[in-house]
Design a protein around this ligand. Structure first.
Ligand code: 5GP
Length: 142
């Protein structure tokens, strides 16, 4: 399938839709998931228009993984978690719902995730912003 630039993350990248940003560099953007599966649920996306991991050139993938590590460490610190889940879905048949490549950073466990629906309920804006503040602070301190 070819990349559809009308997906919500492409619109966020172009500034056509808002997001609660926690990190940005030349190659990547990280922001809070609007339907979090746990407090602190953060998404990291490449600026490169790739639908899934297999569409991403390796050199761009290296930048993306570097940002996933950086933001992942900050989420761990901010949410005071030892263990976190990092998830990435490829294709609708795997459950992907937004067709711009993204990594989910979720400060929770696989067991706790099992009882949470994926991308189903809009989260509390205030809680999301409070988590974002903590993550930004951890990033600034890193
Ligand atoms: P996927 O199912 O593709 O792996 O994950 C897509 C994620 O994007 C879901 O967790 C969903 O909650 C999140 N999401 C969908 N629409 C928006 C949006 O407009 N803004 C933000 N911040 N997250 C979104």
């Amino acid at each position: 399938m070819s990349y559809d630039d009308q997906n919500v993350f492409a619109k966020i990248l172009r500034g056509e839709l808002p997001c609660t940003k926690v990190y940005e560099d030349e190659h990547t953007l990280a922001f809070m998931d609007i339907m979090p599966q746990c407090d602190g649920h953060t998404l990291v996306i490449p600026k490169y228009p790739a639908e899934n991991l297999f569409d991403l050139p390796s050199d761009v993938a290296a930048h993306l993984i570097s940002s996933v590590q950086k933001v992942g460490r900050a989420v761990k610190t901010a949410m005071q978690r030892d263990g976190i889940v990092i998830m990435q879905l490829n294709d609708q048949s795997a459950g992907q719902t937004v067709f711009h490549l993204h990594f989910h950073i979720m400060p929770t466990s696989l067991m706790a995730l099992g009882s949470q629906q994926h991308a189903e309920k809009i989260g509390d804006r205030q809680v999301i912003e409070q988590c974002a503040e903590k993550i930004r602070a951890a990033l600034n301190a890193s």
